[in-house]
Design a protein around this ligand. Structure first.
Ligand SMILES: NC(=O)c1ccc[n+]([C@@H]2O[C@H](COP(=O)([O-])OP(=O)(O)OC[C@H]3O[C@@H](n4cnc5c(N)ncnc54)[C@H](O)[C@@H]3O)[C@@H](O)[C@H]2O)c1
Length: 364
């Protein structure tokens, strides 16, 4: 009999976040139906720019606590450019969730699917299958995560701090090596490349020093180094040679969009943000106000983020059936693209959000 063993906090948010969340949850439910007796119980939390406009709050009262009590959080997208806090910045309660729950491991898979856009002419671009592991609580975003951390000197100078701590960096690198090991077991090269700027910054030399220390615990995993500027070049020149890239927050932010562009666009960019206790799963794209409410969004990034959530819950709770459900979603997407049954509008196809979702449901 089905049981609701896992609680999922759902924040649909703004714009296309609402549609792609609905799509992801429908696909997750279909995959679970096929593979397991486990059911997820969803607990909706109101948050976002539209909610702020209505209520003056960016998340419902008690929303952060409720989100943290769940086994995982799923988020659509938050933000609308013309709704802002008094200091001029955009509505972003999800950045607080990242900070409160110390979701340090930002996992951004980048994979080429057949018949999805291939931006590089080299035929080896078909083989792109890598993960960018972006530290997500400190680095140069340390100042941005919580209001008031930037130092403003008399309207003449502003200082944002780049913070690298031993505690977080040890956990990050260990996560990276374990991820590379897991991928190696699935037939990937199993290599972890440290992407930094250790030639210039003390903080980055420290980041690399800790990488070397943790590497000693994983003799079966191939190591590599790249400076971030060279890595940007290599993501264009030879992205198929990389497996997992571990990097500081700001570098990861930029490189993951670049890499996402190689295999389609924002509509394919899935994201997991994982901490010691919980994880937040969301597409990497925003609320896309230019296409919202028009059934035009590609729901793949949200659906792939849902697959990452199932994989996370499988590992967390030792439930292999959830891993099967995650794999089923991945396989259905691969088959759907290979047989040109999935043709998102985003890539010049003829299928909107609902059509892509329905086709995927029938593939499952
Ligand atoms: N994590 C988040 O919730 C998050 C992330 C980024 C931006 N935002 C917010 O979203 C709002 C819009 O930001 P933006 O325009 O810079 O970025 P965006 O990702 O929303 O959109 C950028 C471009 O990509 C397209 N796009 C994005 N996702 C798509 C999808 N699934 N299918 C098809 N096309 C897609 C959009 O139409 C747009 O042309 C802003 O308020 C921003 O702050 C939120």
């Amino acid at each position: 009999m089905a049981s609701s063993k896992f609680q999922i906090a759902v924040i649909r948010g703004d714009g296309i976040g609402i549609d792609v969340t609905d799509a992801a949850l429908a696909v997750i439910e279909a995959a679970l139906e096929k593979t397991s007796a486990i059911r997820l119980a969803y607990h909706e939390i109101s948050a976002g720019a539209a909610y702020y406009r209505e209520t003056g709050r960016d998340i419902e009262a008690g929303g952060e606590d409720a989100a943290g009590k769940a086994d995982a959080m799923f988020l659509g997208a938050i933000g609308l450019p013309d709704i802002r806090y008094k200091d001029g910045t955009e509505i972003s309660p999800h950045l607080r969730l990242r900070d409160i729950y110390q979701l340090y491991a930002g996992v951004r898979p980048v994979r080429a699917y057949p018949n999805a856009p291939q931006r590089l002419a080299d035929p080896r671009a078909r083989e792109i299958d890598l993960v960018i592991l972006r530290e997500s609580t400190e680095g140069l975003f340390y100042s941005a995560a919580v209001h008031g951390r930037s130092e403003v000197l008399d309207n003449q100078e502003v200082r944002d701090v780049l913070r690298i701590t031993r505690a977080t960096t040890e956990k990050l690198h260990r996560f990276g090596f374990e991820l590379a090991r897991k991928r190696k077991q699935r037939g990937c090269s199993g290599m972890l490349t440290c992407v930094d700027k250790a030639n210039v910054f003390k903080s980055m030399a420290f980041f690399r020093q800790i990488y070397d220390e943790i590497a000693a615990e994983f003799p079966d995993i191939q190591t590599g180094y790249n400076y971030v500027d060279a890595q940007a070049l290599d993501l264009i020149r030879r992205p198929w040679e990389f497996d997992v890239l571990v990097t500081e927050n700001m570098f990861g932010d930029i490189l993951s969009d670049l890499a996402g562009g190689l295999v389609g666009g924002m509509g394919m960019a899935a994201c997991a943000e994982i901490g010691d206790e919980t994880g937040l799963f969301q597409p990497a794209h925003g609320s896309a106000p230019d296409i919202m409410g028009q059934d035009m969004a590609n729901p793949m990034a949200a659906i792939l983020s849902g697959a990452l959530m199932l994989e996370y819950l499988a590992d967390k709770a030792g439930e292999p059936a959830l891993q099967d459900a995650s794999q089923l979603i991945e396989n259905a997407i691969s088959l759907g693209f290979a047989e040109a049954r999935i043709r998102p509008l985003e890539f010049g196809g003829d299928m909107g959000t609902a059509a892509v979702t329905n086709e995927l449901l029938s593939l499952i």
